[in-house]
Ligand binder design. Structure first.
Ligand code: MRU
Length: 371
């Protein structure tokens, strides 16, 4: 593994010319490079735990490193971890010393298990891993499997951007000139290979000539809203205001927001949406204030088999809640409940935006039609 470090100091940026050049370079890289990509038989990704202060690219050649990156949020966001899982299996194909198909499939099954166990809620991870295993199983020789797996994983990454752009176009029709749109967590370029789901819809709305403003929630405890969403939108020149999660009710009650769009980690056939913790609060508050609440997600985020009681909500470590960054903000040995996701029921959702169109209530029927 090697890393490229680019340090960005905001204060120095305004006073030292050299630093200013680094700042421009920083932005350029973020907009032109992908969150995760396959390069020279390795996986390159932005280390999102370091944003927005440090832009660091990490390069992995071992699927165990990819599993660790998913678990520790170096890469996060449902579509991004789906593609990362697929790239992890592509690395496993290169790592295996197998000379026979059966041996390679056994090695891949073990890698799949390790990658799968990293994060339980976003269905895109299982989707990416299963898709690659299907391709692997249809190959006849070790060489053919290696070639096909790598090609398929690369194609999944390319398609992710196309899908997000189609989703953006479909969603942009729901938004009007001068709308102020609230979003929660980060469902942007950094949560996907590029362009984003919920932020893709906002980007497409802006690209269609409508003037929109965004309110981004901070999204405690990991702060994907302030660290990633605010960062992405600001650098794209989209008017964004950051609010603490506790100001969601205030902004709605004071008419500061008139539509909402969020991403999703899993959507059931019934229209139950699993997304970042706090989404349920935003949706409930939106209902109270009659504000349309939209979800944007690709078809790979739909789980047509499970029921709500089957879905595992990831519980994360206490230190995310007992501190902010390295600073401790709670007493020692305090009990903590730290779920990473919650479930928003279909009755709170106005529409689900996908690359195939917008599903409207009743969702059981409209979602079925999308497939
Ligand atoms: O814990 P994270 O950062 O992986 O959670 C991400 C989210 O909840 C996103 O909103 C969701 O994955 C949609 S991303 C396009």
């Amino acid at each position: 593994m090697y890393t490229i470090l680019i340090f960005y100091n905001k204060i120095l940026n305004y006073t030292i010319l050299v630093q200013k050049n680094i700042y421009s370079f920083h932005i350029e890289i973020l907009l032109s490079l992908k969150t995760v990509e396959w390069k020279d038989d390795s996986v390159v990704m932005i280390d999102q735990t370091k944003l927005p202060n440090i832009l660091e690219y990490v390069t992995y050649t071992d699927f165990n490193q990819v599993a660790h990156a998913i678990r520790t949020l170096v890469v996060r966001g449902a579509p991004a971890i789906g593609v990362s899982g697929a790239f992890g299996l592509a690395l496993a194909c290169l790592q295996s010393k197998a000379t026979e198909k059966n041996e390679l499939i056994k090695f891949l099954e073990n890698a799949k298990k390790i990658l799968f166990e990293t994060r339980p809620t976003a269905i895109n991870l299982a989707w990416g891993l299963n898709k690659i295993m299907e391709v692997a199983n249809t190959g006849n020789t070790v060489e053919e499997i290696r070639r096909n797996v790598i090609e398929t994983a690369k194609k999944m990454a390319e398609e992710d951007i196309q899908i997000n752009m189609s989703m953006g176009k479909n969603g942009s029709e729901l938004f009007n000139d001068n709308d102020t749109i609230m979003t929660h967590c980060n469902a942007g370029a950094l949560a996907t290979v590029g362009y984003g789901t919920a932020l893709g819809v906002i980007r497409a709305t802006k690209e269609s000539g409508k003037n929109v403003k965004v309110i981004a929630t901070e999204t405690r405890p990991v702060q994907q809203g302030s660290r990633l969403t605010a960062f992405e939108l600001k650098h794209d020149g989209i008017d964004v205001s950051l609010i603490p999660d506790t100001a969601v009710g205030y902004t709605m009650a004071n008419n500061l927001v008139n539509k909402i769009v969020v991403g999703a980690d899993r959507i059931l056939r019934t229209g139950h949406v699993y997304n970042k913790i706090g989404t349920y609060q935003v949706a409930t508050m939106a209902k109270q204030h009659n504000i349309p609440f939209y979800v944007a997600a690709p078809l790979s985020t739909f789980d047509m088999k499970s029921n709500p009681e089957d879905v595992i909500i990831e519980q994360r470590k206490a230190s995310e809640v007992t501190g902010i960054g390295d600073k401790k903000t709670a007493p020692d040995d305090i009990n903590v409940i730290n779920p990473a996701f919650d479930m928003t029921p279909p009755e709170l959702i106005s529409g689900i935006i996908t690359e195939k169109g917008v599903a409207k209530p009743p969702f059981e029927e409209s979602i079925k039609k999308l497939f």
